[in-house]
Design a protein around this ligand. Structure first.
Ligand code: ADP
Length: 545
């Protein structure tokens, strides 16, 4: 017997329609590429998203055709989130930090028909447009008077001219909720990038989940600053969850330095912010050196790579801002786990709580996870046993776009996505990442967690960034070394840093050496690129060998 409730597909257009009707005057504030501040409301966002949908119809775009963006976080990009997906097309957000050849490759692979870009990326578009034959319309996300006279890009139109003439009357179409809505390519540090193709259903369910109290806890009383880019995994789904809750949204545009971010937080009364550790490091450095405070910021979600405990403590103890450590990936829309305490932890001392809060956290309803050993057998949740982390759920990838399914089948035939992360899970379900499986260090048959070793170095006041990598050793197979970039003007010697490890980790886990570098190479999503670091250290020899 079927239930007798109404059946409505979960569509992204329903989010913007809801926001318009129930939070019409809710504010959306953007720092623009031009440097000024733009502000409007959900009502304006909905109207212009409909104009965009009409403009796409005007081009003759079909259902599921791809429309690409190369853009910072801002209101026009958000209009694309709703106008493109809402009208049944697929929004392809491109990471502008990828190599131009890779950008041309993914535009061709996705068969993008329209590409809208912020003026920052004009030189990039000038370099690649001739290699992108599928694109029939190039649009500059700028006012008409900002359009360059001679860009060399055929038919280049300003976004305002393009949608300005289109009607704001538009009936969002109804279709299967499993239809594709947007896509995001992984950074592809090895081989060509692969795309996760999200659906209306996966995106809407993820938007509900992201807003839950033990996840981002978003509400109509919040002012949310997504520093995490809209070009990478949909800014962790925040634009959708924002429309669902009606929170005020504050977009930083291209200005991601500590001062610009802090100014915006204070000027707009931001209560909640989201970003990767490297961005928060810049913010903390600025706030500390300028002797500033946060007057409205209460919570920040930090993820994308391990959040050093020193950062959690700095935010919490010095500025009264709680840090929510999050873990996820492109293939997971991206949220998988978030670290919030349970009721039984509230009576614990601060150190014990901190021990939990530095973990990547508990699974969100909708994400099932397990760790398995080399034989594929599930490992115990004892907080000590490591295993490869596998996940499944309605917003987790099944098959790559035009690619293969990476899923591993269990005895019941259910498919699990292998995350490529190695983790432990404790009896309370708190998951902790030890390493990417390709970065695991094995010394004398025992694993050393590079994240643990990096976190200790990051707690030293002179250290700005630390990367731990394994180096070949004739007796132990591998031994860890720590590669360190210092804060400007700060100093620490090799011996002092190695001494700093004493008492903080087992003796055999202390790195064999410290290598100082000016900067640690970062990938397109702001994560440390250990592959490049290993190349840079090609001729390196462990001391005493
Ligand atoms: P890519 O950078 O290739 O696009 P993602 O952005 O999807 O990939 O990154 C996913 C990976 O980032 C995870 O599998 C994990 O290794 C790492 N990661 C994400 N969040 C965290 C975290 N909080 N702690 C440690 N590692 C993390």
């Amino acid at each position: 017997m079927l239930g007798l409730m109404q059946s409505q597909p979960l569509l992204i257009s329903s989010l913007i329609s809801f926001a318009e009707r129930h939070h019409g005057d809710g504010e959306i504030v953007s720092r623009r590429v031009e440097g000024d501040i733009h502000r409007y409301t959900y009502r304006d966002l909905a109207r212009r998203s409909r104009q965009l949908a009409n403009a796409l119809d005007g081009l003759g775009l079909q259902f599921s055709d791809r429309v690409a963006s190369l853009a910072w976080n801002g209101y026009r990009h958000m209009e694309m989130y709703f106008g493109v997906s809402g009208s049944g097309r697929v929004l392809h957000t491109i990471n502008p930090r990828l190599h131009p050849d890779q950008i041309a490759w993914i535009v061709n692979h996705a068969e993008d028909q329209v590409l809208c870009f912020d003026m920052t990326f004009l030189p990039l578009v000038q370099a690649v447009h001739a290699k992108c034959p599928t694109v029939k319309k190039w649009v500059a996300l700028c006012d008409s008077d900002k359009l360059p006279a001679d860009s060399g890009i055929p038919g280049l139109t300003s976004y305002e001219d393009w949608i300005g003439g289109a009607s704001a009357e538009y009936q969002w179409p109804t279709f299967d909720e499993n239809s594709a809505s947007s896509m995001c390519y992984t950074s592809g540090t090895t081989g060509n990038p692969k795309a996760a193709l999200y659906s209306h259903r996966s995106t809407t369910l993820h938007a509900y989940a992201a807003a839950l109290p033990d996840v981002m806890n978003l509400s109509a009383r919040d002012a949310v600053l997504p520093v995490v880019p809209m070009f990478h995994v949909n800014a962790w789904g925040i634009p959708y969850s924002a429309a669902l809750t009606g929170c005020k949204v504050v977009f930083p545009g291209p200005a991601l330095d500590g001062k610009s971010v802090h100014d915006l937080i204070e000027a707009e009364g931001v209560t909640f912010a989201a970003g990767v550790p490297t961005v928060w490091q810049m913010l903390l450095n600025h706030v500390k050196s300028a002797g500033l405070k946060f007057s409205t910021l209460r919570r920040t979600v930090i993820g994308g790579s391990a959040c050093p405990p020193a950062m959690i403590t700095a935010f919490q103890d010095e500025y009264g801002v709680s840090v929510l450590h999050a873990w996820g990936m492109t293939e997971m829309s991206p949220l998988g786990t978030l670290c919030t305490l349970k009721n039984k932890h509230l009576q614990m001392g601060k150190d014990e709580q901190m021990h939990i809060l530095q973990k990547q956290g508990r699974a969100i309803y909708g994400v099932d996870m397990k760790i398995v050993g080399a034989d594929g057998k599930e490992q115990p949740w004892d907080g000590k046993t490591y295993g490869d982390l596998l996940v499944r759920g309605p917003w987790i990838l099944d098959t790559y776009y035009k690619g293969e399914s990476p899923l591993i089948r269990d005895e019941q035939g259910r498919g699990w996505f292998p995350t490529g992360d190695v983790a432990t899970i404790d009896p309370d379900g708190f998951m902790q990442i030890t390493d990417r499986s390709k970065d695991v260090i094995k010394s004398g048959g025992e694993w050393i967690s590079s994240i643990d070793i990096e976190n200790i170095a990051m707690a030293h006041p002179a250290v700005a960034m630390a990367a731990c990598i394994g180096m070949p050793h004739p007796k132990w197979d591998e031994r860890p070394i720590v590669v360190v970039a210092l804060r400007p003007g700060a100093q620490v010697t090799r011996e002092e840093l190695l001494k700093f490890y004493e008492g903080k980790t087992a003796k055999w886990q202390i790195p064999d050496d410290v290598v100082f570098v000016d900067a640690i190479p970062l990938g397109a999503t702001g994560k440390m690129l250990k592959t490049r670091l290993r190349e840079q250290l090609a001729g390196y020899q462990l001391p005493g060998l």
